[in-house]
Design a protein around this ligand. Structure first.
Ligand code: HDE
Length: 745
């Protein structure tokens, strides 16, 4: 009997061919033989989107899990059964000779690989980088030349949490980009914070051991709010600057799409005349830099631990492609390798943009989601040592250690030395190496002479000269010195740039920082750790220290290190460090629209389409699932959460609670007719607290007025949904209604 992959009539499936016994008695027919494609489930019918963003799922074979007509073994033998092990009798023991069983189980047993030792949790996307040509005076890298388009793969990550941890943990974010250039692959493996915890890579295992869960109970997961972390940063005061950045709002980004990226280290660039410069590399997001509130981050950790991953994938799927400008700060390549008194080799220091402007050199656009998480996002192997002609490393002692670590870690994580052959890691430039054999070798190399020079393979391949675009070891002078385990005295200032960061914050950002320290340190059991950390805060800024000490119920210590503001001429504040004050595009923002399906929803479809046309994502929120006026319901009153939304609209329905409607909130009491539906009321309250713009029209205005302060900031009431939407969009350009946060709360 021939069983096809798709439709086989019931008759065919159960009846043997004439004259032949059935190969499988009816009792062994489970699971049911497929009789054709299953009909859509009820929630897949009608206008219900097939993917989270409503995009049509791909239908081409490459997007299906399997291809080909028949299920086979790994050796290509066709299988007639994959549900039953081969047994001695139906109830007998399983036979060792069952090759398919052993292959299936063995492969499954080995499906997992070790997660990354840091940056284990991540999400990625493909895209393209286009050079502006503006880097040419300082850098000869071909991918930066005007109009050159280079394929890229970017992976964002948290640092501390395991692969299954939540996206919204307070943490630094990784921002790693692989440029598949014609001159070889260039990896820019950076973070969303321009400075790092430590000055010497030798300390990396220490800081990571301190930040990871405690080794006895393996808690807490994806948290810095615990004793060992604060023990480390209070003992290694060089970590104070970086820690202050992620105690600030940058530790809880609204979206990967709304983060800056930084190469952190200083790199050495060279132009086509062989002249060198020092440079720092920056990614500037088109959507601006925005964050969650701490309450949102915590709520999302439970309600949607995949928030950032989902946000990135949904934005790309819906066509709101995130983009960043690559920029460089350029410094003279002087013997001191310092600029305006800032040691450029110290990775705990950044250079304020007032001193060295960030000059745009190209644009990155992420426009394609990975097809297979494991094959691409999990197996991608970045390495800061993957360089192209025109970009070289410096002697930053953190970077130098990284140059060793990244290949080394892949040997365990990806199981051997041939990980560069995995499709996601393969260079797009021609590869002609002499690396041979080893575990996982995919190459079937010909020839007999994988060595240089050789005469047996015609001397091939040849070495490239300068004119052939070869990598160059720049002739950097190494000053006469002695071997020693020590750091330069120019690395000793641990506090003045932290002070610069703190002073550059607006009042509301300072509030968030004080709250974050207060939360984190209150979670430390050891009083000595809290005291030592307060001492560091005192050395950063007296006000910061006093406010955190007050929250902890402790005495603020006096500073022990004089507050010298860096170097002569260093700014006391730096405007680009604050996230507030500008207006940004609203692409990919999420707009919740609360509706009553029994009300007048004649304008809902047009409103929905207007949100989509504005490159934002509408989520209709209704008491029950299904569809309202041709628009699918995205969230019910029971599942909608302010933290998932950027703004809330209350459609022109009464949104009151009928007497009979049961309340799901036991604290809300029985609603009476005329009161705001309790779950809608809670949603409005949360959106108010999270400083979300809110709009209402028609009868929806009653609900908004009932739960918010009259004349409150960021509230829009109108007659018409489209007009309200337009005002809400303008408010969203500032990300949040900042006036709602009391400046000195
Ligand atoms: Fe990493 N880092 N790192 N790191 N790092 C890794 O490499 C390491 C550092 C960064 O999405 C690991 O493939 C050492 C700074 C990112 O796959 C590992 C030191 C910066 C990612 C490693 C540092 C980073 C990693 C773990 C101190 C910002 C994720 C798995 C000397 C400039 C890349 C892996 C991805 C990953 C080592 C410091 C960024 C173990 C030893 C500074 C974004 O090799």
């Amino acid at each position: 009997m021939r069983r096809t992959r798709t439709v086989a009539s019931t008759e065919n499936a159960s009846d043997p061919a004439p004259g032949r016994p059935s190969s499988r008695p009816p009792s062994l027919q489970e699971p049911t033989e497929p009789t054709g494609p299953l009909p859509p489930k009820s929630d897949q019918q009608g206008a219900q989107p097939r993917t989270p963003t409503g995009a049509e799922p791909g239908r081409e074979p490459s997007t299906t899990a399997q291809q080909g007509e028949f299920l086979t073994t790994s050796q290509g033998a066709r299988l007639r059964d994959t549900d039953h092990s081969l047994k001695a009798g139906r109830r007998g023991p399983v036979l060792l000779q069952d090759h398919h069983l052993r292959e299936k189980i063995t492969h499954f047993d080995h499906e997992r690989i070790p997660e990354r030792v840091v940056h284990a949790r991540g999400a990625a996307a493909h895209g393209v980088f286009e050079g502006y040509g503006t880097a040419e005076p300082v850098c000869r890298a071909g991918f930066l030349a005007k109009g050159v388009r280079t394929e890229v793969f970017t992976r964002f990550s948290t640092v501390v949490g395991s692969r299954g941890s939540m996206d919204t943990a307070r943490d630094t974010r990784g921002f790693a980009t692989k440029f598949y250039t014609e001159e070889g692959t260039f990896d820019l493996v950076g973070n969303n914070i321009p400075v790092f915890f430590i000055q010497d890579g030798m300390k990396f295992p220490d800081v990571v051991h301190a930040a990871k869960p405690h080794p006895d109970r393996e808690i807490p997961q994806a948290q810095s709010a615990h004793d060992t972390f604060w023990d480390f940063v209070s003992l290694h005061t060089e970590a104070q600057h970086h820690t202050l950045w992620f105690m600030g709002d940058r530790g809880i980004p609204r979206s990967f799409r709304m983060m800056e990226g930084f190469g952190v280290h200083t790199f050495r660039l060279s132009n086509s005349d062989g002249e060198t410069s020092l440079a720092k590399l920056h990614w500037k997001p088109a959507l601006g830099v925005h964050s969650l509130t701490w309450e949102e981050a915590q709520l999302l950790g439970g309600a949607d631990p995949d928030f950032h991953r989902r946000d990135l994938a949904d934005a790309i799927e819906s066509g709101a492609y995130p983009s960043w400008e690559l920029g460089i700060q350029v410094f003279p390549d002087n013997a001191e390798q310092s600029f305006e008194g800032i040691d450029l080799l110290d990775p705990t220091k950044f250079v304020p943009e007032e001193l060295a402007p960030v000059q745009p050199v190209g644009r990155l656009t992420l426009d394609r989601n990975p097809r297979n998480y494991f094959a691409e996002t999990e197996q991608v192997a970045f390495n800061p040592g993957h360089l192209v002609p025109g970009i070289d490393v410096t002697d930053d002692p953190l970077l130098q250690v990284r140059l060793f670590s990244y290949v080394d870690t892949q040997l365990t994580r990806l199981g051997g030395p041939n990980f560069a052959q995995l499709p996601i890691n393969r260079a797009h430039a021609p590869i002609n190496d002499m690396l041979r054999d080893g575990y996982g070798q995919q190459g079937d190399h010909s020839g007999v002479a994988p060595y240089q020079p050789n005469s047996l393979d015609g001397g091939c391949p040849f070495l490239a000269g300068e004119m052939d675009g070869a990598l160059e070891d720049l002739p950097v002078v190494v000053p006469e010195s002695v071997k020693e385990r020590a750091l330069s005295a120019t690395f000793e200032d641990h506090f003045s740039q932290a002070r610069l960061f703190w002073r550059s914050m607006t009042p509301v950002e300072r509030d968030h920082i004080v709250d974050a320290y207060s939360f984190e340190l209150a979670k430390c059991y050891e009083a000595t750790i809290r005291e030592r950390q307060l001492q560091s805060l005192a050395n950063i800024d007296g006000e910061l220290c006093a406010r955190v000490a007050a929250a902890l119920g402790m005495t603020a210590p006096e500073r022990t290190i004089p507050a010298e503001d860096g170097t002569d001429g260093a700014p006391v504040t730096s405007a680009p460090l604050s996230q507030l004050g500008a207006r940004w595009p609203t692409d990919g923002r999420t707009i919740g629209i609360v509706v009553d399906p029994d009300g007048d929803n004649s304008a809902l479809l047009a409103l929905h389409d207007a949100v989509v046309a504005a490159s934002m994502t509408p989520i209709v929120i209704a008491p029950r699932g299904g569809e309202v006026a041709g628009v699918p319901v995205g969230r019910t009153f029971g599942t909608a959460a302010s933290a998932e939304l950027d703004a809330l609209l209350l459609a022109g329905n009464p949104l009151t609670a009928p007497d009979a409607r049961p309340s799901v909130d036991p604290t809300a009491g029985a609603p009476s007719s005329g009161e705001v539906e309790p779950r809608v009321g809670t949603l409005i309250d949360d959106c108010w607290r999270h400083a979300k713009a809110m709009g209402a029209w028609g009868e929806g205005r009653t609900a908004l007025a009932a739960r918010t302060a009259p004349g409150g900031a960021g509230l829009v009431a109108g007659e018409d949904g489209r007009a309200v939407l337009s005002e809400i969009r303008t408010l969203l350009e500032s990300h949040r209604v900042w006036e709602r946060f009391p400046a000195d709360a």
